[in-house]
Ligand binder design. Sequence first.
Ligand code: GRF
Length: 197
Amino acid sequence: MKRIGVLVSGGGTNLQAIIDAQHSGIIKSGEVVTVVSNKKGVYALERAKQNGIEGVVIEKKAFATPEDFDEALTAHMKSRNVDLIVMAGFLCIAGDKLLEAYPDRIINIHPSLIPSFCGPGFYGLKVHEAALNYGVKVSGATVHYVNKVVDGGRIIAQKAVYVQDGDTPEILQKRIMEEAEWKILPEAVEKICSSLK
Ligand code: GRF
């Protein structure tokens, strides 16, 4: 059973999808052992608590430098013997120490079909605003490995979602979360956990 550490910053619906997938048997080769939020009081921490999973807050502003924050995240994951790190709505960039400690062992869910609408500044509703402003007919979600380049790592899975007339960024975000993110992320987690040595 591989040990999964989940990094969150907000509502935690992708964390919930992973937890639900463990309970339904979609994820059977891994288990979430720790949830780390960079913000206090986010609902993702409540979701962890409701499921008997450790939830901790490691805030960037509590550290003198970004490197110290990076070191704290890395030390925490190592202390929990985490095998795979999942960024699920996490709004910080992975630092060098975390990347070095977890090569090809950190994945992220991005709410567009990379390489469209991704990279610095493309997060949350901004992604869907850009897609609607461009007028794309299809968007979706991508699970990818995390490397030094924001949203630049190898793609693991993608799922397309049709844009519909009258979509607002909020409506499109909800559809992409429900129809794409919450499906491909748990499937990717199981695929990776079942293949890890
Ligand atoms: C989602 O749109 C996800 O794609 C992005 O962050 C948003 C919130 O995710 N990475 P969650 O509800 O906190 O999992």
